[in-house]
Ligand binder design. Structure first.
Ligand code: FES
Ligand code: FE2
Length: 377
């Protein structure tokens, strides 16, 4: 049964059980936004119109290199063609829907493992066994369904909507903000990655990142490399810049995580809908969120260094991970406190701290707009 068809989706965002996402006076989102499967379905539909950061160009350097990625609940494959172009396709066979490829690899052509239909790297059908069994098949029209793919700074982005704004327009001024970083984004190579599955809604993790009010209570010791009095934020399109100053030289020295120079800034921020970037003297770290359910989220940590950073600041995997892990566990513990309350009648936001929690209101505005456009699909 189509749950969405049962719930009135015109105008108001109303969900079963009388929950409504339409709020006049109240700040924040109601608790239902953080546990409802219906809300998550709408969110995932809205993600079909967003540019999603799926990986690095380095992962698909040669003709036939490919990797797979899930945008929300949509499986995709990103592949390099013989002409050296990047293509993205839904990772679904047109014959009967089987998954075509898994993880990553290299291939001369894409061959479905179920009945062996074969496609070239542009997604065109090359051949199929017992073709005489398909007398009415117009072979020249059979193709893998494409998605758009573009790049910035060596990152590969895909958008399931085949028309619409460019990646450049989507990123608005955010790319030029990040380009103030001392190193070229295109030169970054992944040096480490790991992930956490947390029993919280993905939006709480975004909101926690967007506010600096919790720094002194939650990270009193672990993040004292930053000067909480020297944080400038700005909205840029759908995104949110967070430019953070470092604390004293001494305090910086004690922290490998987010290491920097008190004379400089750390360019950080949130790119709607699901990733965050942090620059430091010695590396770039990225957090990327994948909702596994309405109340379960995979939090990925991706660490990048340029070659020159790898030489100057050799990566100490165990030492770094344990420091980073400490900070993140502090955040996860805090966010789980929010998730624990979402069914409470008393759950809500009384006020946001001026200047410290503004990013959350911005995120909620953009989130609502995205849901509205997703519902017009
Ligand atoms: S499902 Fe792919 S060939 Fe049949
Ligand atoms: Fe935090």
């Amino acid at each position: 049964m189509d749950v969405l068809a049962q719930s009135p989706f015109q105008g108001l965002l109303t969900y079963p059980l009388g929950h409504s996402l339409q709020q006049s006076q109240q700040l924040g989102l109601p608790g239902v936004a953080y546990f409802s499967d219906e809300v998550l379905e709408d969110e995932m539909r809205s993600w079909n119109h967003t540019w999603q950061m799926v990986g690095r160009e380095l992962q698909v350097q040669s003709s036939g290199d490919y990797f797979t990625y899930m945008v929300g609940n949509q499986p995709l494959v990103i592949i390099r063609t013989e002409e050296g172009e990047l293509r993205a396709f839904h990772n679904v066979c047109p014959h009967r829907g089987a998954q075509l490829v898994s993880e990553q690899g290299n291939c001369k052509q894409i061959r479905c493992p179920y009945h062996a239909w074969r496609f070239d790297l542009e997604g065109n059908l090359l051949g199929l066994p017992q073709a005489e069994r398909f007398p009415h098949l117009e072979r020249s029209t059979v193709q893998l369904r494409p998605a758009r793919v573009e790049t910035w700074g060596g990152f590969v982005f895909v958008n399931l909507a085949t028309t619409g704004e460019s990646l450049q327009a989507y990123l608005a001024g955010f790319s030029s903000y990040l380009e103030q970083y001392d190193y070229a984004w295109g030169d970054l190579e992944m040096v480490d990655s790991w992930s956490y599955d947390q029993p919280v809604n993905w939006k709480f993790l975004v909101e926690n990142y967007l506010e600096s009010y919790h720094l002194s209570t939650v990270h009193g010791k672990s993040l004292s490399c930053f000067d909480p009095g020297n944080i400038q934020t700005a909205t840029v399109g759908r995104h949110y810049q967070i430019c953070v100053g470092y604390a004293s030289q001494e305090s910086v020295k004690q922290h490998q995580v987010f290491a920097g120079d008190p004379q400089r800034q750390s360019y950080q921020g949130f790119i709607f809908p699901n990733w965050m970037v942090n620059t430091a003297r010695d590396m770039v770290s990225i957090f990327r969120l994948m909702p596994l359910s309405a109340t379960q989220t995979r939090f990925e940590v991706l660490i990048y260094q340029t070659r020159s950073q790898q030489t100057a600041f050799s990566y100490d995997r165990d030492g770094f991970r344990s420091q980073f892990d400490r900070v993140l566990q502090e955040d996860f513990n805090a966010v789980r406190l929010l998730q624990a309350s979402v069914h409470s009648q008393a759950y809500g936001v009384l006020q946001f701290a001026a200047g410290l929690e503004d990013g959350i209101s911005h995120f909620h505005r953009v989130w609502r707009e995205a849901l509205d456009s997703g519902r017009n699909d």
